[in-house]
Design a protein around this ligand. Sequence first.
Ligand SMILES: Cc1ncc(C[n+]2csc(CCOP(=O)(O)OP(=O)(O)O)c2C)c(N)n1
Ligand SMILES: [Mg+2]
Length: 560
Amino acid sequence: MQTTDKISCNIIVDLLVAHGVENVVLSPGSRNAPLIIALSRRSELKTSVVIDERSAAFIALGMSLQSGKPVAIVCTSGSALLNYAPAVAEAFYRCVPLIVISADRPEEWIDQDDSQTIWQQNSLTDIVKKSCDIGAHIDYPNGEWHCNRLVNDLLLEAVNGRRGPVHINIRLDAPLNRTVDFTPSRSRVVEMLKPQDELTVKEARRIGAMLASPKKVLVIAGFHEPDEKLNRALVKLASLPNVAVLTETIANLHSPLFISRIDSTLCRLSQEEKQRLAPDIVLTLGGALVSRHVKDWLRGLDKVEHWHVGITHTTIDCFRRLALRVEMSPTQFMRQIASALQIHKSPSDYACLWSEAFRKAKAMHDSYVASFRWSDMKAFSMIIPRIPAKWNLHLSNGTPVRYAQLMDCSRIHRCDCNRGVSGIDGCTSTAVGASAVYGDTTLLITGDMSCQYDMAALASNLVSRRFKMIVLCNGGGGIFRFIGSTSSLPELEKYFAVGTKLPLDKLAPTYGFDYFEASDEKSLNKALNGFISSEKASVLAVFTPAETSAEVLKRYFEPC
Ligand SMILES: Cc1ncc(C[n+]2csc(CCOP(=O)(O)OP(=O)(O)O)c2C)c(N)n1
Ligand SMILES: [Mg+2]
């Protein structure tokens, strides 16, 4: 069909239709011409024209109240939008899902004495549930995906939980009247499943059938507190021939059936193996993933469908393939799905292929690590198996959390890292806080830069004998010597890695800690004995060579 050439408008209209909007109330203007073109040419939508925006919005309110469905209102730029405010306020307090769509100018023209321009994007902030601002040009990398995600998110938000109005401010650049050929209904639709507490039996069966073999299902768990029930449900799922379960170290989920070292496994796969292991459906649960390998791999697959399970209140589309938001507890969902899937046990080699790949990866890991020289990797591989099973492990956000991903941490009682925002600013304080409420020892493994950053935590009167800290002293931000964006820059040492001044041998006793240090395998083994058995809060400084450590980590990921 012929319609506006503004892709953003066509995405909005596609998604309005897909999310069940039937009525749209338009008010005339020129800036919103592309929207009017796109909307009026879609037979699925009933358009009405009301000149006065104040009245238009109330009319839409009446339509939505009566039909129970979301209704869209569309206006031009300037004061037009402000005239929507009374009805939007009423909709907000009556929980009515009005979809406010305002056309705007490109940002560079605001405050430039062009006509009908004001700062529009936040003008309804306190009376809408959520708003977004779509730029005039979305032909930047990922621009269409970005626009699609924002609009999906807002349309879901309008009807999710306490329903209410949302605001899409869309900037449009002249010419406004051009048309092109466009295939309608091609935009990706994110759906939401939002049961009360649990799925109905019928729903669980329906979803079970969608996930049954021959579908290849990959479950990936990001950070999560330990959860026995979830663990059991995932074991049940992992025993199915068409399901593989990948867990990150800080997911705190353990079973010999799980692929628990994602990076170590993925980096060993050939292109052909990766193709065979490509899933049809990915189910994610828990927080943001640490593994860059898994994100890059899944983002590069065309056909995969992503479902995220968890109470997120927002649309998290980390692989750009999100199709379904399951707004419920992953524990409950996985339990119900695991049961529903028991009747579907037709053959599939998918789980076997993953466990074979994992088995090979573990063997390679062991022989690699044995061959490595003294380095961060070596120190880590010696420390992790020595951690007593009852200790909790905190990891800082430089390389420690990444090394832990490569090791077998299944014996450890609980592993955590501040991956909400991945800051290095409070790793020590968080571990000190955790140690204050955990009955056994809390061990923090941190980097020298992170340690220096949050040094004040060591002076806290919450530090007790239950807090222990290992600092990998590798000449500052070792991660920058490893990652591609900085490792080859001439500025690397001066501006990124920035060797730290960290006199732990003096600081530790000053703060009342037992102090240990190591600078090779032998001294580390010996120091660990004293450090683990010490009855006081303790610090172990492990000195590793900066460049070798980065080299060893790089080599680990090189294809064989
Ligand atoms: C508050 C904050 N500032 C800056 C960063 C960026 N950053 C990420 S890792 C890192 C260096 C960490 O160095 P270190 O703790 O020594 O760990 P290593 O990489 O050597 O293992 C920095 C500065 C961040 N994550 N958080
Ligand atoms: Mg460091």
